[in-house]
Design a protein around this ligand. Structure first.
Ligand SMILES: NC(=O)c1ccc[n+]([C@@H]2O[C@H](COP(=O)([O-])OP(=O)(O)OC[C@H]3O[C@@H](n4cnc5c(N)ncnc54)[C@H](O)[C@@H]3O)[C@@H](O)[C@H]2O)c1
Length: 425
């Protein structure tokens, strides 16, 4: 028997997940919820959803769907709403999947409050919370997680993660942050945003890109399974009266964390910057260096040292001369397919209809969405509910990502003063 789940929020991002959840072989029933009825109707009347979606399973409010007989709710609503909505869903006896971040508010103290409340609710209700961080299921992260599990990095030395997303980026089809903000602050719920934010603005509370740090911090923290202890950070403010940054202390922040495993971690969150991460191919990517092995730009390097003096020359480690994709002869740049974990075959087959609708039946499955992460996030959440186990990105990790961003923002406000990262035990 499979699970019954409800999707709350069928906007731009929720729409990308609805068919994947429906297609998963371990999902028996899908309920739909959005306060804008046309968004629900679009999926109710889509032939692809037939068999698992019905009119009696369509809702217009979180209150209504929370009362339904479902095992789990998937919350993909606007980012300032997540934590209270997830708590309501957990209180109603459902496991919860939340789009990132845990919550996005200008007031760091309030964000920390929500972190504490969410942990307490998960512990008290015994229900699972999973953060849908796409970076965790990028091919690079899956590869590094396997190498880390086998101890191939050795002791960790240094890592870096960054999210380079200029406010005016995405002109050629990617995500333009001005347009995203305009879109999310329209409609039944979105139009309440200005009034909600006015309360913070009156108090002079200011945010920064570190209010939404999950894409940059999650990869290194998740792979190394460690936590950040303290940080020194610096920011650059907007200086040309751009209204997008009117309520931010900084439009860019760089932070250096000391980690519990002894390594250092440099994090960059950049929103006003004349660059993309083209040198790393993705806007959200990381590098990790250990005493034995390191990962950067889809290349694994290792000195294979097992004892003092036993290291081998790294250039000979992965000979691949003539690789047309890579200018550094001597190193093999892995393909996404080589880096990914495989999904179960029946799940791949089911997801092909969503991700690769024009593929031939014998073509390989090609995962799509943020580096191919979307089908993996769906499979992990469904599996964790089915198996009644903690998901891969549990609440403890989700709150730590937020705490790291808050500590970095505080440090940048104090010109790099060393700040301890709040701990939730
Ligand atoms: N890489 C990533 O992980 C990534 C990428 C894009 C978006 N996101 C996240 O996805 C979330 C959604 O983004 P979006 O662009 O789809 O926003 P959106 O505004 O298009 O959609 C949000 C939807 O939620 C609905 N909603 C809100 N509260 C509701 C309630 N109480 N009951 C019923 N419906 C409700 C709204 O009506 C709206 O349709 C954001 O929080 C964002 O941070 C993550």
């Amino acid at each position: 028997m499979g699970i019954r789940l409800g999707l709350v929020g069928l906007g731009a991002f929720g729409t990308q997940f609805a068919k994947l959840f429906k297609a998963h072989p371990s999902v028996d029933r899908v309920a739909l919820c959005d306060c804008e009825a046309e968004k629900v109707n679009k999926f109710l009347h889509d032939p692809f959803m037939a068999g698992k979606v019905s009119e009696k399973d369509c809702y217009g409010t979180l209150d209504e769907i929370s009362r339904a007989d479902l095992d789990a709710l998937v919350i993909i609503t606007q980012p300032w709403l997540h934590a209270p909505q997830c708590i309501q869903a957990l209180e109603s006896g459902k496991h919860v999947y939340s789009a990132v971040p845990l919550i996005s508010l200008p007031d760091d103290e309030e964000t920390l409050d929500w972190c504490g409340k969410l942990i307490e609710t998960v512990q008290r209700t015994g229900k699972q919370y999973m953060l849908g961080e796409t970076t965790i299921y990028r091919p690079q992260t899956m590869f590094c997680r396997r190498m880390a599990a086998g101890g191939a990095f050795g002791e960790y030395v240094y890592a870096e993660g960054e999210y380079v997303h200029d406010v005016d980026g995405g002109i050629n089809g990617g995500s333009n942050l001005r347009k995203v903000k305009e879109h999310r602050t329209q409609g039944v719920v979105g139009s309440q945003h200005a009034a909600l934010m006015a309360k913070y603005h009156q108090r002079g509370v200011k945010g920064s890109p570190m209010s939404y740090p999950t894409h940059s911090v999650s990869g290194p923290i998740h792979v190394m399974q460690t936590r950040a202890l303290k940080v020194s950070a610096y920011g650059t403010p907007n200086t040309n009266n751009d209204p997008f940054f009117a309520h931010d202390d900084f439009s860019n922040v760089s932070a250096l964390f000391k980690l519990a495993n002894g390594a250092s971690l440099r994090i960059g969150e950049y929103r006003e910057i004349g660059a993309t991460s083209f040198d790393r191919d993705e806007p959200e990517i990381f590098r990790i260096f250990g005493k034995t092995g390191s990962f950067s730009r889809d290349v694994w390097q290792s000195n294979q040292r097992t004892a003092p003096g036993t290291a081998k020359p790294i250039m000979e480690d992965q000979p691949n001369p003539g690789n047309p994709q890579w200018p550094w002869a001597g190193f093999k740049r892995m393909t996404p397919a080589e880096m990914r974990d495989p999904l179960p075959l029946e799940v791949q087959q089911a997801f092909k209809a969503v991700c690769n609708p024009t593929a031939d039946p014998h073509d390989d499955f090609q995962p799509t969405g943020h580096g191919g992460s979307h089908p993996y996030l769906v499979h992990e959440f469904v599996s964790s509910v089915l198996e009644n186990r903690a998901p891969a990105i549990p609440v403890a990790e989700a709150v730590h990502y937020m705490a790291m961003g808050i500590a970095a923002h505080r440090s940048a406000q104090r010109d790099g003063e060393i700040i301890c990262v709040p701990s939730f035990g």
